[in-house]
Design a protein around this ligand. Sequence first.
Ligand code: URA
Length: 279
Amino acid sequence: MDQTASPAPQILVESLLAFWADAGVDCLYQDEATDRIAAGLTLPPRRPEPPGAPGGAAPAAPAAMGGAQAPTADAVALARSLAAEARDLAELAAAIGAFEGCALRYAGAARQAVFSRGPADAPVMIIGEGPGAEEDARGEPFVGRAGQLLDRMLAAAGLTDRVFITNTVFWRPPGNRTPTPEEQQVCAPFVERAIELVSPKILLLLGAASAKAMLKREEGILAMRGRWFEWKSTDESLELPAMPTLHPAFLLRQPAAKKKAWSDLVSLVQRLDRPERPH
Ligand code: URA
């Protein structure tokens, strides 16, 4: 590009930024652009694991992690003991906020931990994939476009204020990619403790990444959605009915699939409001 040319008109810049935002590139890792052509057409160096943040956009991995990613088993064990110590949701939120064992925290896209929204005694717990840009900015799950669609569907089903909403991971994955199974495993003890503390009657799992991680199954979401499964805690002391359904972000891209998601919600409400059978 001719660096001496007059500045691009604002409309061109806006259009270019909109193009990158649509492609999922909505944050900058460095304050200044690196001119790699002038630097001799070299590929950018591979960043260490977990990726640091050139330009200081994200915190470095703590010394306790040796500046590198802790082995998943150690991080899971640490998460499990911190989660077990949390006596209520406020303590659990604080434990998550202080937890340094998830690589996503250092991957360059997360500004803060995003834990939950909704009443602490909700009969339904909704578990999504992981926070996106809007959630990361506001610190609450499902507050972007997909969350707004979810809220409209919940309102239509009479479920507003009857749901506690969280995700399988608490830090925004870079480029809004799907969280990896390792990232989900590290956060899982906190999700499990949230289920224990809220004690919902039913879990609603949004999208394939949530359904696969929570149910430890490999089928695609279209095969799992609308069916009832039994979710079990790691020590099998807790069991709950769980239904996977389509992720609202998918419904925004495929509006014709809303019919399926709606029928899933209707069957969830029917089960939720079914009178308990006497023992
Ligand atoms: N998608 C998710 O899976 N979770 C959120 O919180 C937002 C979008």
